[in-house]
Design a protein around this ligand. Structure first.
Ligand code: FES
Ligand code: FE
Length: 434
């Protein structure tokens, strides 16, 4: 508990009228409800989200540059599935369910690796071409009726964008342009704005993976608001003083938060970072833009680097967040010290995730049975809650709330409970890079 006076900078700064959210002032009062606490703890809700959201939306799964050569692969978790992303001989990436068509063994157990011509199941040695077609199996010549395409790996939709492989488990994925690129357009006003930073051409300077003991929605909600910025982000608000107002720039189309006059770069101590990326415009210089791409991606744009978060929910109370710091390839290749740039958002991440972990245990409390409230600077989070509710309702109408199967008359009943993970303490993190 903090012992200082009640007047935090966020509260005392007041709310500039121009910063009222997209739906304008809220009729009926300052406070509007959050989701109930059980939505953050109930294994049934989590299972429905895995099917209705993570099983149907586009998910940012892997950095293409981590698999530059043909035959290189990564195994990623998408919803409740294990997915194999493989670099093809023609340079494209393709994705498949990581399940052998014979008797269901996991084809690849390693997180990443490289094969030659074939992906070979270690169980009975069925082998698949990089493009998924069944190539060989013991005694296959004696089974001429077996069609090698029919028994190939099950493909998963894949798009490459911003240098990442985005996958979608749905048989008929939603429009990538409307959903993923649409989120960027909604936030920045024009999807071409992000091209100024050319994220696909940048190199990963640092990657940190955080194991967060909190529900994925708490992490999204936290990223969407800045009411918490003054209390918990001293380094960030020192670089971006307008964040002390408690108002996130995320609901202002095209607005980027300006750096403080005394600050030279987006670094933990305000020291200079690196040279501005070549296509960043004067208008974009010395500004920070944040974009939320539902359900699991945050993109942060500053003049000399890009920070991309991608999340994998593993349980109602556990989420893996992988954060990439992307810099100009020449900066990374030169071996320059990236630590002052990286440390700023690494601290922000640790502060944010600690706040989410502090919140998670209370989701089960009687005090939070009906949920909490959103203040005006958080009202736009209600749009995220509505989106979650709509996705679950949509799936229920289709009877697809139970393990992705069509269940007549299911009507959205909570699907079979899956065990939650045990108690874990604190955000754990693992880092790679310069
Ligand atoms: Fe893969 Fe038998 S399960 S070859
Ligand atoms: Fe934060």
């Amino acid at each position: 508990m903090q012992s200082d006076s009640a007047a935090t900078p966020a509260a005392s700064a007041g709310a500039p009228p121009a910063l009222v959210g997209p739906s304008g002032p809220v009729a009926g009062g300052s406070l509007i409800p959050t989701l109930p606490g059980s939505w953050y703890t109930d294994p049934g809700v989590f299972s429905r989200e895995q099917q209705a959201i993570f099983g149907r939306q586009w998910l940012c799964a892997a950095r293409g540059g981590d698999m530059p050569a043909p035959g290189q692969f990564q195994v990623v978790t998408a919803g409740s599935e294990s997915v194999l992303v493989v670099r093809q001989r023609d340079g494209r990436l393709q994705a498949f369910l990581n399940v052998c068509r014979h008797r269901g063994a996991r084809l690849c157990l390693e997180e990443s690796g490289q094969v030659g011509r074939y992906l070979r199941c270690p169980y009975h040695a069925w082998s698949y071409e990089l493009g998924g077609r069944l190539a060989a199996a013991p005694n296959l010549a004696r089974m001429p009726d077996v069609d090698r395409d029919t028994y190939g790996l099950i493909p998963v939709a894949l798009r490459e964008w911003l240098g990442y492989a985005w996958v979608c488990l749905a048989a008929q994925p939603p429009s990538f342009e409307d959903t993923v690129i649409g989120a960027v357009t909604e936030r920045l006003g024009d999807p071409r704005v992000i091209e100024s930073y050319a994220p696909a051409d940048l190199a990963v300077g640092r990657r940190v993976t955080y194991d967060v003991t909190a529900n994925w929605k708490l992490i999204v909600e936290n990223f969407m608001e800045c009411y918490h910025c003054a209390p918990i982000h001293p380094e960030l608000t020192s670089v971006l003083p307008e964040f002390t107002s408690g108002y996130s720039a995320q609901y202002h189309v095209g607005h980027g938060a300006a750096f403080a006059d005394r600050v030279a770069g987006f670094t933990v101590d305000g020291s200079p970072g690196f040279g501005r990326l070549p296509k960043v415009t004067d208008d974009q210089d010395r500004r920070y833009y944040a974009v939320t791409i539902r359900p699991q991606v945050f993109v942060n744009l500053v003049p000399d680097h890009v920070i991309v978060h991608r999340m994998i929910p593993l349980a109602p109370d556990r989420t893996i967040v992988t954060c990439d710091w992307l810099f100009d390839t020449a900066v990374v290749a030169s071996g320059q010290d990236l630590s002052r740039s990286v440390e700023l958002f690494d601290r922000v991440n640790q502060q944010d995730f600690a706040a989410c972990e502090r919140t998670q245990p209370s989701m089960n409390s009687r005090a939070y049975r009906d949920g909490g409230v959103l203040v005006p600077s958080e009202h736009h989070i209600a749009g995220f809650h509505a989106w979650v509710r709509d996705r679950l309702a949509e799936a229920s109408e289709l009877g697809q709330c139970c393990a992705g199967e069509t269940v007549p008359g299911c009507g959205g009943a909570l699907s079979q409970a899956r065990p939650t993970s045990g108690t874990r303490g604190g955000v754990s993190r693992a880092a790679t890079g310069n």
